[in-house]
Design a protein around this ligand. Structure first.
Ligand code: TIU
Length: 224
């Protein structure tokens, strides 16, 4: 076990039992001209997470540790898109419609795919999820169980939506989750701050919050 500096107390990393789980680093959420920006969001708030995620991903891969990715999206026939999700927000162009980078949040479309900087490597599972949480209606739990994984380092976007929902789902299924604050992002600075506080409050009610530099330092110590 390798101790990682974290809030509310040190996280005991077991490298063989921990996967890096990168949530929804998709072009439609992160790139200028995508769905997120079309809705009036400031994508720079999310783009600052790309470089630290890339450094963490490279360090994790270099040690042969497991990596998984998720993408939020739906089948092209939209049969897995709840009508409530389709109409929420009363926006003119919504999920399934033609957007700036193909049909919005539809699998196989350019905007649905992961940003090139963090593109999955061969053999790294990609979980296509219809909801905000990565466990809902996916085989994530089965894959983690089959691989003996009990700890998750959860990164990606957005902090208060898909990251928080996934951490809560994971917590209820018995996983220990560590969230590096520089590797998660929100369009809203106040939600970024509170989304992280909600995880580590009350003695780590949903998990731990740390910074990628502490994880990288711990990996260096573990490898030494
Ligand atoms: N991945 C994810 O967080 N999906 C969202 O819809 N997030 C928003 O903040 N809207």
């Amino acid at each position: 076990m390798i101790a990682i500096d974290a809030d509310p107390y040190s996280f005991e990393l077991e490298p063989g039992r921990c996967t890096l789980l990168i949530i929804d680093m998709q072009r439609d959420f992160l790139e200028a001209g995508g769905f997120g920006e079309m809705l009036g969001n400031d994508v720079s708030q999310l783009r600052r997470t790309i470089a630290p995620n890339r450094a963490l991903l490279q360090a994790w891969r270099a040690r042969g540790l497991p990596v998984m990715h998720t993408r939020e999206g739906h089948r092209p026939d939209l049969s897995d898109l709840p009508p409530a999700k389709k109409v929420r927000g009363r926006i003119l162009t919504s999920i399934g419609d033609q957007g700036p980078m193909g049909r919005i949040l539809v699998r196989g479309e350019a905007g649905h795919d992961i940003v090139p900087e963090l593109y999955p490597a061969a053999g790294e599972p990609v979980i296509d999820k219809p909801g905000k949480g990565a466990f809902f209606a996916t085989d994530l739990h089965a894959i983690l169980q089959n691989r003996g994984i009990s700890q998750l380092i959860v990164t990606g976007v957005t902090t208060e939506v898909c990251v928080n929902t996934t951490v809560r789902e994971a917590n209820d299924r018995g996983y220990d989750c560590l969230v590096p604050e520089d590797c998660v992002g929100s369009y809203f600075p106040e939600f970024q701050q509170m989304g992280l506080k909600m995880i580590a409050a009350q003695g780590g009610i949903f998990g731990w919050v740390s910074h990628s530099r502490h994880i990288l330092a711990a990996l260096d110590r573990g490898a030494a």
